[in-house]
Design a protein around this ligand. Sequence first.
Ligand code: 5AD
Ligand code: SF4
Length: 522
Amino acid sequence: MEDSTLNSNNARTIYLETFGCQMNELDSELVQDQLLALGYMFHGDRASADVVLFNTCSVREQAENKVLSRIGELGVEKKDGREVVVGMLGCLPEREGKKLLSAYPQLDFICGPSELDHLPTMLHNAVAGERLSASDRSALQGNRSRRSAALSAADDNLELLDLARAFNPDHRRSSDKSAYVRITRGCNKFCTYCVVPNTRGAEVHRPPDAIIEECRQLVQTGAVEITLLGQTVNHYRYTHDLALNSEGKEVPQIGPGLTAFRKPLDVSHRITTFANLLQRIHDEVPNVQRLRFVTSYPKDFGNDILEVMRDCPRICNYLHVPAQSGSNRILKLMNRGYTIEEYLEFIERARKIIPEVEIAGDIIVGFPTETEEDYEATCELIRKVRFKNNFVFHYSPRPGTVAIDRFEDDVPREDKRRWLNSILALGSEISGEVHKQYEGTTVDVFVERLSPKMIKNNGVKLMWESGKVQLSGRTGGDLICVFDVDSEEIANDLIGTVVEVEVTNSAPLLLLGALVHNLVER
Ligand code: 5AD
Ligand code: SF4
């Protein structure tokens, strides 16, 4: 058997490509940390890597097709004699199951998103050339019943993957100023079009002390902005198990053998709600300059959360709260659990409590049976809410969902395309108005990068055009804001900091402004 003990001389190189949502991006980051610690190395060249991993998305067919065409290419390369280990992670293998291994013999192993703690062993076996059965080459939540929503995340091995980062900050690349922190895994909603409840399992909430410790470590190693992640993030709710401390008093524990990291909570705080969690992170991690969360579910969004957002200056005034459709009939078929009137009531409440809040969403066009009238209702909703932007998708029938079994995908492709384009055009018009309102005001901008214009021209240096360098960042409300500085040196100094920018102009998707020099905090 080949020795797979790795050191810096014979380290296997891994190419990892990620598709889909922020959850997948975070999973990839954690997987990378885990494998780096085992001596693997990562690089960006698929053609020469020893191992190719795809972290896949199954939400729409298009995302799956992209990965499968990559797998097809690797199959040809393997037939031609290339020695490469190929692994597929994430939602696609979870949805498709073991049959993927026979359909694509070039795949050495598959690993669902809830089983990523098994990845190192599977990779080790594949690299060592072990001849294993399909069962041993697949780690899937699969037919195991959906874990009970009551199951504590702390009782779950997967928790260790998230926790590893809190305990081992050395894994973190300090250049990353913006970090994701998962607070909930899975989803209990069962919207009829969506595969996520099948691929990511039942909702499991992570213990607040673990989350806060992770945020603290991330900030200590350089993070300026933290985005809390959950499929329905505002549904976060953790019920603490109680344990006896050394004085025989009941205190909350965070998992088997683990009492709270720090000062135990008062037993009366046995339940931590999302509002409590936000407040605690804001207060207990004072150096986090920006705290955000995605994605919110419109139903049951209590004022407690909105009031914490209003009262905590470092929590961003931004909500990503998908409506999906403006038609009550379609919402019902989607099993979204709210009416448009309820959605609008929520938006009104949010704007009343946080007048400066910006709202973004998602829209699906062409859901089965959708008519011109339903499409018009969606346009009406967009006009009323005045979203800063919407991500708009064609309905894509997904195997394993209720919608694919229950409804025929009967909306003509042409209608889907027309509706999508006009919703985008309407969205852009409204987004332009939203951005225009900021002209003449001063906004806080978290500086992320050289603006795409600069990056595209990197190496060619178009700076001579204006003698300036353009930076791009985001406001608390998640509006993109670009501004010029005099040199690359200043630009590099400002990336990763929060600065004040006076907005001088705007476009549908962006604010243009000038740096308020004397207020820059370094
Ligand atoms: N077809 C089209 N869009 C979908 N989404 C989820 N499932 C589907 C599907 N089957 C969209 C929803 C969701 C976003 C992440 O992806 O708008 O909010
Ligand atoms: Fe999918 Fe609905 Fe859950 Fe969002 S809330 S992940 S759309 S099932």
